[in-house]
Design a protein around this ligand. Structure first.
Ligand SMILES: [Zn+2]
Length: 288
């Protein structure tokens, strides 16, 4: 199988989570077992991200990036004709993935929970046209569903992160199903499309989670390889760098959780790390 299941990895992982004043645990990182993979040399990424062959648009893109303190990321390669990752067969086990098999220097951005609703982030992503995937929790977003609609309209998908952000390992099968299927329905009602990806809070799941997810129509459980903090990335593996196909976890967080840093500044830091290592951002749904 081409995708990488994390069963063996997560078994050795120590999970650490940050509890917010809201009472919702939103920040979760899996401290990985020693798992050094063969390194992949970063190669230069010469072409600017937006539209090739159009000098005027090129200048516009560079100006947009400059406004946010970064230079344009390279254009991602064309999506593969055949998606390299699996999905659950009818009645089968839902694959659990934390990276996409690829040799390209691309990574995938995911933003979780939905606590911070910074209008500047909408502006930033509209201007930069960076694709990302949102994993949203109903209890965190229900005060302002409309905020995420704006991000969805930019072409970014909204996926499932449970109704109330529990540690699913502490719940039985029926309660897990309620958390996942309940959020499927909420997101379908609010945003018009049924999620097909699910991220368990804290990265915690078990076989009941896979069964529940399958019964709710989920095709893939999506974890992550690296996570974005405030200024720095937290890397798995002994070598502190990105790998082709890494899925990166970030959160909708604002100054109260980021020690005064805004969500847009955190995102600029994130993009800078990606760019400095010769990577660019591709759309997860093109590969999954
Ligand atoms: Zn979360």
């Amino acid at each position: 199988m081409g995708w990488h299941t994390v069963d063996r990895r997560i078994s050795g992982a120590v999970l650490a989570c940050v509890l917010l004043a809201t009472g919702f645990a939103t920040g979760c990182t899996a401290e990985p077992p020693a798992d050094s993979r063969p390194g992949t040399a970063a190669r230069p990424v010469p072409s600017a991200r937006l539209p090739r062959g159009d000098a005027g648009a090129q200048v516009g893109a560079e100006a947009a990036y400059r406004k946010w303190g970064i230079t344009p990321l390279a254009a991602p390669p064309a999506p593969p004709a055949t998606k390299p990752t699996g999905r659950a067969a009818a009645g089968g086990r839902v694959p659990v993935i934390s990276e996409i098999p690829t040799k390209e220097n691309i990574v995938f951005l995911t933003f979780d929970d939905g606590a911070e609703k910074d209008p500047e982030f909408v502006t930033m992503m509209r201007e930069l046209k960076i694709p990302f995937t949102m994993f949203l929790t109903d209890s965190v977003i229900r005060a302002d569903y409309g905020y995420f609609k704006k991000l969805q309209r930019l072409g970014n998908s909204i996926q499932n992160h449970t109704l109330t952000h529990p540690n699913l390992r502490t719940l039985g099968a029926a309660a897990q199903k309620q958390e996942i299927c309940g959020q499927q329905k909420k997101l379908k009602d609010r945003y018009g499309t049924m999620p097909r990806l699910f991220r368990p809070p804290y990265g915690n799941w078990n076989e009941n989670t896979r069964a529940a997810a399958a019964s709710c129509g989920i095709e893939n459980i999506v974890l992550w390889r690296e996570s974005m903090q405030i200024k720095n990335m937290q890397y798995q593996g002994a070598v502190k760098k990105l790998h082709p196909g890494d899925i990166i976890l970030a959160h909708f967080r604002g100054p109260s959780e980021l020690k005064g840093t805004t969500m847009t500044r955190m995102t600029a830091n994130l993009l800078r790390h990606i760019q400095e290592q010769g990577f660019t951002v591709a759309r997860l749904e093109d590969y999954l």
